[in-house]
Design a protein around this ligand. Structure first.
Ligand code: NOJ
Ligand code: CA
Length: 706
């Protein structure tokens, strides 16, 4: 035991050695507030396990830890305890942007070093951090004489649950994130019910019928909310969870490379943190900052160029089939003289972009995303060949210099788009050129995309190679002072603390599915914050006002939402980058409702999760950065519900004007989605807000200090 921390250890640990039959070692640790208890046990035969209680309720039953290597071929699951150590930490840090101005990072740490008792004697350490809102632990492979390079075949981390909990899950795909969620007991997990939906994969990407993706949200019959995910996913594949549907034991199931290996490491190495956020209150899960706390501080020295923003875009036109990304219909559409024949539907024209810039300037929206500006879109989908985008060559009807000057003069930024169609190898080679182009022509943000099957062939979106690629892109963008928003990446794990220019990503089923496909049920947005958003902000693209009859290829398609709910999403789906996704003409029809989108901030000093139940409803209030104004959003699933909340977060003795954007009395996502009402009332810290939400409905309120 390290003597420096000895006094702390005495207070935190109870180390018992049973002498009855044979030696068993047990180390116990309590979270700073005492509510969570971690127990680490080493059995006489060398098995190591951990378990976790929250307020004396079982969160994780004794669960195994360890590895199988393919090289050197060895299984690490029997150990001897070499040493252990403890620490206590309590500090506060300020994110560059976020849901609150400062974040408290308070935990107790237990570090154990183990020696494998096979004849190899490899050293493996495990670092546990126990917070009041959960547990994080990671494996570390220290530098050691007989282990330098090694290949992980399997990580055998278990999460043994006490019962067949209700789970909110999506299938364990190696590539695609864009599924709806299923709510079922763990025993009914069946990923083969789903057909792979996008990102180019097929069934081989879901080889395990009983695997799910993280963040996995669960609710126990004895009232615990449990969320399992990971933090700081760097140089390692993403962790899926294999569900033993009979025993309710989850086991880590890492995304493989083309050889079937999982990770190639070199000592000293460490895995991402395995995270278990737990509470008896669902609101605490959404308020948890544990995953961010487990990530490293920013590596970007000067961050004053990183600015949260709202944007509109040349985008919904294509999603709804009313315009095209491509300039010609086919790659070889040309006349006898070799001139390309435009298809007449190309959306990213200089004139159209100017129209969007004008709209953004008029409504004080910071950015205009332009997709389909560069050559290569005629053959982008499918990506069998790769290399059809160069990220610097515009179509003939998109004038880069003219638009740069026009945007500058109007005080608007154009957001760059780099769709790679999953040719990540090609993007690696072209990133410098692409970011230099952005610097030259005044772009401060880029949206990237990885639709298709990954090149290098056989790699997966969520494997170690791609995990490193996304970080390379974020780091390179940072060097060029470019913010990055990734579509189709691995699901986030809090790395935006380390790379604050990694401002958002998709990695889930966004609003766009309502445009080109069936969409998502009304409970989708009550589940996403408990799942996908646990790792970081999502570019969900809210704000659709024309909720029926918008899709060119299907007149019956409709959003599974009311208009007021589209407004509420700006609060309930936290992101520092928020799109106003609909067409300008649809906003022009409802200028009073659009006022909320104009006003709503994208950076906050404080956030209060007022009510929440995964799959049912969420109500959140947030305080505008640097101001005393608050904004409140509430969403419900397919059921109508009454929001009834105290406004006691307001400053006492101060009057505020609340503008309430609510569902119309007859509103219903199916039959009357566009019906809404706007009311102004004066409120203070003793007021309550009582408002009815329609089926599939929502509520948005601006609360402005007078
Ligand atoms: C899928 C993205 O999610 C979407 O936003 C984008 O428009 C298309 N790919 C084209 O890149
Ligand atoms: Ca997508």
């Amino acid at each position: 035991m390290n003597s420096r921390i000895l006094p702390a250890c005495l207070g935190f640990f109870l180390l018992t050695i049973s002498t009855v039959l044979s030696a068993q070692q047990v180390i116990e640790l309590r979270s700073p507030g005492g509510n969570n208890k971690l127990k680490v046990e080493l059995t006489s035969s060398g098995g190591v396990s951990y378990s976790l209680d929250c307020n004396n309720k079982k969160v994780i039953l004794p669960s195994g830890l360890g590895f199988v290597f393919s090289s050197p071929a060895v299984t690490l699951n029997r150990f001897r305890l070499v040493k252990f150590d403890s620490a206590y930490s309590d500090n506060t840090w300020k994110p560059v942007w976020g849901e609150q101005a400062s974040i408290r990072n308070q935990y107790k740490e237990l570090f154990i070093q183990l020696k494998d008792i096979s004849e190899k004697g490899y050293l493996l350490s495990i670092r546990f951090r126990l917070f009041n809102d959960g547990l994080g632990f990671r494996y570390e492979f220290p530098t050691q004489r007989n282990l330098q390079y090694f290949i992980i075949k399997n990580e055998i981390t278990e999460f043994a649950l006490s019962w067949d909990h209700k789970a909110f899950w999506r299938p364990g795909d190696f590539d695609a994130q864009e599924y709806t969620y299923t709510t079922s007991p763990l025993s009914q997990v069946d990923s083969w019910k789903f057909w792979q939906v996008s990102s180019g994969g097929r069934d081989q990407n879901v080889p395990d019928q009983y695997a799910v993706q993280t963040p996995l949200m669960m609710k126990s019959a004895d009232g615990l909310y449990i969320n399992i995910h990971e933090a700081a996913l760097v140089d390692y594949p993403a962790m899926l969870l294999h569900v033993d549907v009979d025993a309710h034991v989850l086991t880590s199931n890492l995304v493989p490379d083309p050889m079937g290996n999982k990770a190639y490491l070199r000592t000293a190495a460490k895995t991402p943190w395995r995270t278990i956020v737990v509470s008896e209150k669902a609101t605490d899960i959404l308020a948890s900052k544990m995953i961010l706390n487990l990530n490293e501080p920013s590596v970007i020295p000067n961050t004053n160029w990183i600015k949260p923003m709202k944007f509109v875009g040349i985008w919904w036109l294509m999603q709804t089939g009313k315009g095209s990304w491509n300039y010609t219909d086919y790659p070889d559409s040309a006349d006898a003289k070799g001139n390309k024949i435009p298809n007449g539907r190309h959306a990213a024209t200089t004139a159209n972009v100017k129209k969007y810039i004008d709209f953004a300037a008029k409504h004080k929206i910071g950015g205009v995303l332009v997709e389909g500006w560069n050559t290569g879109w005629e053959a982008w989908y499918g990506n069998w060949y790769g290399r059809h985008f160069d990220f610097v060559t515009p179509y003939p009807d998109f004038n880069v210099v003219e638009l740069m000057n026009y945007a500058k003069q109007k005080g608007v930024q154009i957001i760059m788009h780099n769709e790679t169609s999953a040719d990540a190898a090609g993007y690696d080679q072209q990133m410098d050129t692409a970011y230099e182009f952005m610097n030259r022509f005044g772009y401060h943000a880029v949206k990237t995309g990885y639709v298709g099957q990954i090149i290098p062939r056989g790699e997966h979106h969520d494997g170690q190679w791609m995990v490193n690629h996304y970080i390379r892109a974020a780091a390179k963008a940072a060097k060029h002072h470019v913010m990055i928003d990734m579509h189709e990446p691995v699901r986030p794990t809090g790395l935006h603390r380390t790379y604050p220019n990694f401002i958002a990503s998709e990695a889930a089923r966004g609003n766009e599915f309502n445009a080109f496909a069936e969409g998502s049920p009304p409970d989708h947005e009550t589940i996403l914050p408990f799942t996908r958003l646990m790792g970081g902000p999502m570019d969900y693209t809210p704000g659709i006002f024309k909720l029926q009859g918008y899709a060119a290829n299907d007149p019956n398609r409709q959003m599974h939402s009311t208009l007021a709910k589209q407004l509420a999403l700006y609060i309930t789906m936290y992101s520092p980058l928020q799109m106003a996704a609909d067409l300008p003409e649809n906003y022009d029809k409802y200028p009073d409702a659009f006022r909320f989108i104009e006003m709503v901030p994208v950076d906050w000093d404080d956030s209060r999760i007022l009510e929440a139940e995964p799959g049912d409803y969420i109500t959140i209030a947030r305080q505008e950065k640097g101001k005393e104004n608050w904004y409140l959003g509430a969403v419900t699933d397919e059921n109508s519900r009454m929001v009834d909340v105290a406004l006691d977060f307001l400053k006492p003795g101060v009057s505020y004007e609340a503008t309430v954007y609510r569902d119309g009395d007859q509103a219903d996502w199916k039959t009357k989605p566009e019906s809404y009402k706007i009311e102004k009332i004066m409120v203070n810290s003793t007021s309550r807000l009582k408002v009815k939400l329609a089926p599939g409905g929502g509520l948005a309120v601006s609360i402005i200090r007078k």
